[in-house]
Design a protein around this ligand. Sequence first.
Ligand code: NAP
Ligand code: GDP
Length: 325
Amino acid sequence: MSRILVTGGSGLVGKAIKHVVETEPEGSPFAKRAGEEWIFASSSEADLRDPVATEALFDKYKPTHVIHLAALVGGLFKNMKYKLTFLRDNSLINDNVLRSSYTHQTSKVISCLSTCVFPDKVEYPLNEEKIHIGPPHDSNFGYAHAKRMVDVMNHAYKEEFGCNFTSAIPTNVFGPYDNFDLEDSHVIPGLIHKCVLAKKNGTPFVVAGTGKPLRQFIYSYDLAKLFIWMLRNYDDVEPVILSVGEDEEVSIKQVADAIVKAVGFEGNYSFDTTRADGQFRKPASNAKLLGLVGKFEFTPFDQALDETVKWFVTNYDNARTGSKK
Ligand code: NAP
Ligand code: GDP
């Protein structure tokens, strides 16, 4: 019997894991297995910044495994505004979850980092060995330092107590159930929402920055499968980058063009170059992942984007959008 607690179970990645576990056909390596119980927790069940609430959540479910996704999350602009809050909230959440996993003798924890944690000035591509070799980009140093400490804690828990704690490092994630807030979200959900409003209201569609920065994107349902693979097959403390290939970088302009096409927006759009570009690029290698998993079929970017736009339009009234316009 395994009881798998997914913290952050109501977010983009948590909902994707729930979807995959519940919809993969029997026999799929990603389907729910006999004897498995999956629990998807949100902040309303326990505020994980609070150690007492965290212990109570672990007392209630007594998980054998934890996929730890819960975090204060945001795109470039939210990270720039709330550096201390990103540092404190995420440090508290991570310390509480790892501590309660230890006190409850959880047999395995996979925590979620991000390619944002890597050094700003570094030789590309990024790989799992380069997390701590220089300071992160200034735009997200609060979030990045809190997340880096998870890797440090994983090693310390292993060395002092023999714990089986590890971490996954995804690139920029998108998909159904994302946060589509106009200001505080990541680029894809933010631009989908802006473009849908521009089409509906006949207003301008404005993309922040120059459009030149490059990013690697992963579809949330692909990422969900990789988390499930890690849960079942990976038992080392060292992190694994969960990403498409380093040759699959996409510029923000290409993202905007693809969104315009998927939304069916017929007007012109512009770039607001007074707004920040953030890090120019951060290409990450998936060589370690592919060496372990073998072959993995990533959903083509345009198909994943189409599915996300359709989901947003269909679920507009219930999607997380901050405010409706
Ligand atoms: P998300 O959609 O914003 O979801 C965040 C989740 O964390 C929600 O379930 C939220 O619960 C929960 N949460 C936030 N604060 C909490 C608290 N104080 N106590 C308990 N739960 C709390 O984020 P996501 O995109 O799914 O991110 C999942 C993980 O992936 C995070 O660790 C993030 O750092 C990492 N990541 C994300 C991206 C990306 O592009 N999105 C890229 C790389 C890594 P409520 O629903 O109740 O608020
Ligand atoms: P990052 O990958 O951590 O930097 O996070 P984002 O997903 O926020 O992507 C930021 C990049 O997209 C920057 O180059 C921004 O200038 C650009 N961008 C363009 N429009 C938007 C938008 O509406 N929201 C966000 N978050 N970024 C945007």
